[in-house]
Write a protein that binds this ligand. Sequence first.
Ligand code: GLA
Length: 407
Amino acid sequence: MKKTGILLLLLTAFALSADAQKWEHIADTPQMGWSSWNKFQGNINEEIITGIADAMAASGLKEAGYTYINIDDCWHGKRDADGLMQADSSKFPHGMKWLADYVHARGMKLGIYTDCGTATCAGMPGSLGHEYQDALQYARWGIDYLKEDWCNTENVNPMGAYRLMSDALRAAGRPIFLSMCEWGTAKPWRWARDIGHSWRIGPDIWCSFDSLRVFPTSVQYSVMHCIHANDTLRAYAGKGHWNDPDMLEVGNGMTASEDRAHFTMWCMMASPLILGNDIRGMSDETRDIILNREMIAVDQDTLGVQGLHFCSERGLDFWFKPLAGGDWAFTILNPTKKAITYALNWQDFNLTDEEVSGRSTRFDAEVYRVRNLWTHRFEGKTSKKAKVERRITVPSHDVVAYRLIRQ
Ligand code: GLA
């Protein structure tokens, strides 16, 4: 009797931990993929999503790590008599299960979108009061990623709402990435670590390098605004839970320099890399940026530490990101309107990341090989001596980015 009891206990513990393991490692590194919103807003349909899935596989993006194909707002039809949500059949004639199968057959994952409130930001049905039904429906369809927005949430408690959806997804039994889109209003970085896999830290991005877009009741952030908002939040990010400064605008109208700076900084900040352009027909310049595997490796580094804004000097911003194995990523960002030449002495950058990793650069004691992440060339080594090592010109709205490889 006693033995059977122990055996039962062990079996239950094993089943519970096996169940928990399903949700482990979903977000060991920041999520990568594509979303329909930045380019298409509500004008989406099955043809666009299947076309994107095909392009993702054909262009090498899938191999580079872009896994999720995320349908944002406006896929919704109506709830059926039982309250189960249906897709808009004029936009998605084969339905969501068919679409998930299509994407899975090509080795990728499908994401979908809902809202904690009564309606989404575009006025589609929200999940409030239907969380368990919606989670079950997504799981049945084979959905792998859920973005949950925050419109129309009067009197809804954010922590409670996201906890409810998180529990509902687990109860539905399919591992689904939970991307919280609460815009940072209730400081989710303080409480969402065990609820969602990433959380938005601010308002929506728009395709601008440094201008704020102001509406009567809201604003949209530029690339630089997103960076400033994320700057102070690095201690909250890590394996399984990431700060999200919003989806990428690369390829949507900024200059190549601005796109390069945008992409580099998202990688330095260990941000989700969710493409927002039409990858079915992109320029070579855009392709080269989003397919820069050495830069993607900085974002996806297994140490999982968000980069550190070490200092700003002479108009330039200096960023460091500790990487696994003793390497560092180092970026000089020029947010000004003029090119700036800087005389670099490595000894000015002896720093210790006391806040997060505890790692020190120790340029006085270590030597690093210097790998330029945009020209893909080695540029010599760092020096232990205090001397001006090199003059670096950083063009306006651009970056110079290195991987410092410890010898
Ligand atoms: C909000 C979100 C955006 C997008 C739209 C859809 O504004 O922050 O990312 O999902 O809603 O309506």
